[in-house]
Design a protein around this ligand. Sequence first.
Ligand SMILES: Cc1cc2nc3c(=O)[nH]c(=O)nc-3n(C[C@H](O)[C@H](O)[C@H](O)COP(=O)(O)OP(=O)(O)OC[C@H]3O[C@@H](n4cnc5c(N)ncnc54)[C@H](O)[C@@H]3O)c2cc1C
Length: 271
Amino acid sequence: MARCNAQKKSYDVIIVGAGGHGLGAAYYLASKYGITNVAVIEKGWLGGGNTGRNTTIIRSNYLYDESARLYDHAVDLWDGLSQELNYNVMFSKRGVLMLAHNVHDVQSFQRHIHANRLNGVDNKWLTPEQCKSFCPPLDISSAKRYPVMGGALQQRAGVARHDSVAWGYARAAAKLGVDIIQNCAVTGVKRGPDGAVEGVETERGFIGAKKIGVSAAGNSTVIMNMAGLDFPLESYPLQALVSEPVKPIFPCVVMSNSVHAYISQSDKASW
Ligand SMILES: Cc1cc2nc3c(=O)[nH]c(=O)nc-3n(C[C@H](O)[C@H](O)[C@H](O)COP(=O)(O)OP(=O)(O)OC[C@H]3O[C@@H](n4cnc5c(N)ncnc54)[C@H](O)[C@@H]3O)c2cc1C
């Protein structure tokens, strides 16, 4: 990994947090906009936050019109990401199947499917038999506590190796000149008399910047408070049960809102 922990006195842009968002922002600033005098400052290690701990699912079958294009564009980006970054992010378009277990689920998923299609997002309804054919381990017999009454399938959804994504963005950004400074918590944000930002205080001293991006996930409000700004966000913990890497059984991601659970097998573990 190139240029980790190099540090200048000041940068054009500082990004707080080396997760997928911070590293992605740094990479696109450098690659698409030619802004390379950038530092990503991370209190721990690359992708050590949510980015390296999530269940790796990539999908865009969300309901609301306002977010449809954003999510769908994001899914499209994955297609060429390994080639673009010259790093295998292990994107596997294995499909995400959401199971319906009652009439409410059926109606709600069909509403999602119609809304998605109106926005050009792929999503289709499968009968129980089609669900079984797509995902053979499913038991579709009717005498079950949660019978499978059908399912919504987004075929181009899938999974990727989450920490590879962080490493891939980091290496590609670093190649373009971005400095990635790990083990260096931001402890303060300095603003001048006119209110404009001047840089950040860190565990290794002050680093100047006229522009600061904050992508510190649940800590974003804390960083914004350091700048004297009240951020209208609340953070909630989200946890996943992770097993040892069980041999491949499920060919896709299977979700069930009623059971409030999903199963996903990755090369790292099963979620
Ligand atoms: C259990 C779980 C399962 C999930 N499953 C999925 C899923 O299947 N699909 C999906 O799309 N999303 C999923 N998510 C959500 C997804 O992981 C997050 O939205 C995404 O990773 C956030 O990326 P980020 O870069 O914003 O934050 P993070 O990856 O959390 O990065 C923020 C970084 O900021 C750093 N930081 C914090 N404070 C400071 C400071 N003071 N100074 C310097 N650095 C600081 C942290 O150390 C951290 O590395 C899941 C999340 C969880 C927790």
